[in-house]
Design a binder for this molecule. Sequence first.
Ligand SMILES: [Zn+2]
Length: 336
Amino acid sequence: MSAVVLRYEGTRAPIREFGILIPTARNRPEQILSALRANPALGSESDWLIGPDGSTIARADLERVHDPAYVDRLFGDGLESVLVSVFELIDEHGAYHRYDPTIATRPLSQMFDGTLRALAGSYQCGREALRRGFCFYLGGGSHHGHYAFGHGFCVVNDSVVAIRRLQHDGEIRRAWVIDVDAHKGDGTAALARGDESIITLSVHMAHGWPLDLPELDADGSPHPSHIPSDIDVPVAAGEEASYVPRLTGALEELSRYPRPDIAYVLAGADPYEHDELPSTADLRLTLNQIYERDVEIFDFLRRLSIPQAWLMAGGYGERAWEPYPPFLSHALLRKT
Ligand SMILES: [Zn+2]
């Protein structure tokens, strides 16, 4: 079985149709696919592109990871208020922020159906990786989903939901999560804390969101965004040249943990120098540095014969698709 790309079937409507004004690319998956189709070395797309297999994510799958009271809100009247909070659509003064309900053509609540479809893709990506060695899902990577809340555009944590489902079904025992999105994988670190079956590695901006959140919540309890990953690599502004060497060192450290049955990789494009989300401005990797980053992880896992399930994670603006086709061409042309 050979490496594949899994089509995204999450929220089919552009986020703007819900009135949300976050600068997501018009259609990042389609732009990536167009570039791959234009590469004659890859051959017919039927050789490397697959679609959803009918997998679904049930409420019980979410309750294996998240607070049942939070899951209740998602499936009930509390959904809209959760979404307003996750997408930060109202500011501290009660005014709309990045949100204009007057341009919305769909109710916010419809977004959750898309979230569940997107989650099913992250789970299917893991199963395909187990069978084929490598699967890259053109969606997923909601690493800011926490036990009892979501933030940073992430309602629930898809990689942990997928891993716990695969564990529950007896398909895997151990997993690694390698997160190279610009933002710290705070939800993943918090959910996997104390769980030796999930080892987390996060390379991220040393400063800025979510690490600039207060250390303590209003009630005095520690804010879970500050819970460390098993391995954290904070990269400060101006340190781009050391990014890949430090990643290499972190992977070496990761290899000393027991070998997992699968690795999820969150390959955010938001460290890219042309990313348009203001909060990612501290990290400005070139196209070639992101290519080196991804090939480094791919080759590392391949050497260890660990199945690789890649999720797309963050990436904002018109050029957010650009880092993916070079790496995907590399991965698809190598048998894992
Ligand atoms: Zn991000």
